[in-house]
Design a binder for this molecule. Structure first.
Ligand code: SF4
Length: 416
């Protein structure tokens, strides 16, 4: 169920590992005020002109209660069963998403191999028809000799292509898109690609699609040559080629069965991971391989739980565990707005919305528009001001909030 609620630059780099999901370096976890001043655009920058770092988690905590954010900054970690359960749940979700991507890759591989094998069947049948109908003075043995030479040439080329770094010599760079690399951690670090590693440019003893094509060609020519060597006339040659085609059809059927099984496994993994039919997943936060998204202009940074691709758009998804609220919490929305901005600044494409997900069924879309951006930037500036000037205070009188607060144990202003 997706609820559409009212409304209210992403550099994925490999930073040093940090002690929090959104990349808060331990040296930054301090109560000392930062020396910085407000710039003309309203963001606070240090003496070197760099915007103060504010993570999406900072914004979530600050929106919940500025004191909670301040305590976190002092190094008071959240405590409670909900936090531990939440971490476990997140790890579980990432594992399911990873499994979905693996199954997706297996299906892709199985379909590509099946299409190759099916092509071979078509080639053999076409050859059989040509052989039995053309009038040519050459015997099958003559043609077998030509095909043997051709097979050896292709085999030689294939082996040379594998063992020599010809792509580097020719100055061929990776065909893999850098833009996609920036946003996708699943395809680059978790899931192995179908045939060529991402960013593959070959090298000594390495093969890719070109090499596979050359070896495939050598195999087809070789099989033709063997078949024709046994044939005493063209009719017999045609019969042998049809026989080979039938054997290959059996192999292709077996491969098709594998593809169908892979498709069923993918469907189960998709449902298990909660991925919609028309969605693909580009990024999933596992705190190990997920890159930190950074916007230097505002100082924002963070790691969304997932970035999915819907109708060609990158959509950040924030998964929340625990009790399902009637409507999304303000703090959760603020966190998602940060991810929306990070996705836009990294891809230079504006996502129309982001998704807040509570449990597996309760989904809310949050619009990403000028008003949302204004709300986000105001919050970032306020957090940066507090980092510089201090003075964070409780901003509510709700006992329930303090009751649920994971830093209540360290708070002097708690209402309970
Ligand atoms: S206990 Fe209450 S006042 Fe203290 S940080 Fe938590 S929510 Fe804020």
């Amino acid at each position: 169920m997706i609820n559409h609620t009212s409304r209210h630059n992403l550099d994925v780099k490999a930073p040093p590992r940090t002690n929090s999901r959104d990349g808060f370096l331990s040296s930054e976890v301090t109560n000392k005020h930062v020396i910085a001043e407000e710039s003309d655009d309203g963001f606070w920058r240090d003496l070197e002109g760099k915007a103060l770092h504010v993570s999406a988690s900072d914004l979530e905590r600050h929106a919940y209660c500025p004191l909670s954010w301040s305590l976190a900054r002092e190094g008071k970690t959240g405590r409670g069963e909900a936090i531990t359960a939440g971490r476990q749940k997140h790890a579980e979700i990432h594992s399911k998403v990873k499994s979905f991507k693996e199954k997706q890759n297996e299906l892709k591989k199985a379909l590509i191999i099946w299409s190759w094998w099916f092509t071979i069947v078509i080639i053999f049948i076409s050859d059989a028809i040509i052989f039995t109908n053309i009038s040519d003075s050459r015997t099958p043995l003559d043609i077998a000799r030509y095909l043997t030479i051709l097979a050896l040439i292709w085999l030689g080329l294939g082996l040379f292509a594998i063992y020599l770094p010809w792509r580097k010599w020719l100055g061929i760079s990776s065909s893999y898109s850098d833009d996609f690399d920036e946003i996708s951690n699943l395809n680059t670090e978790v899931i192995s690609p179908t045939f060529e590693p991402f960013g593959f440019i070959g090298g000594w003893g390495q093969g890719g699609r070109v090499e596979a094509g050359l070896l495939m060609g050598a195999t087809i020519f070789g099989l033709h040559a063997i078949g024709l060597t046994w044939a005493s006339d063209k009719q017999q040659a045609g019969f042998i080629l049809v026989t080979v085609a039938m054997v290959w059809t059996l192999l292709a059927s077996w491969q098709l069965q594998r593809a169908l099984l892979a498709d069923s496994a993918l469907e189960i993994a998709r449902i298990d991971a909660g991925v919609e039919n028309d969605m693909d997943v580009a990024y999933s936060d596992d705190e190990a391989t997920a890159g930190l998204l950074i916007d230097e202009q505002t100082g924002l940074r963070g790691r969304p739980d997932q970035i999915v691709i819907v109708e060609g758009e990158f959509i950040p998804v924030e998964q929340k565990t625990g009790k399902i609220p009637e409507k999304p919490h303000k703090s959760h929305k603020m966190q998602l707005l940060a991810y929306l901005h990070l996705v836009e600044s990294t891809t230079n494409r504006k996502p129309p919305y982001g998704v807040l997900r509570y449990g597996s069924e309760n989904l809310h879309t949050i619009d990403w528009d000028d008003e949302s951006k204004h709300i986000l930037f105001s919050a970032v500036k306020e957090v940066q001001r507090l980092m510089t000037e201090g003075g964070a205070e409780r901003n509510h009188n709700r006992k329930g909030k303090c009751q649920s607060c994971s830093r209540r144990y360290a708070c002097d202003s708690s209402l309970v």
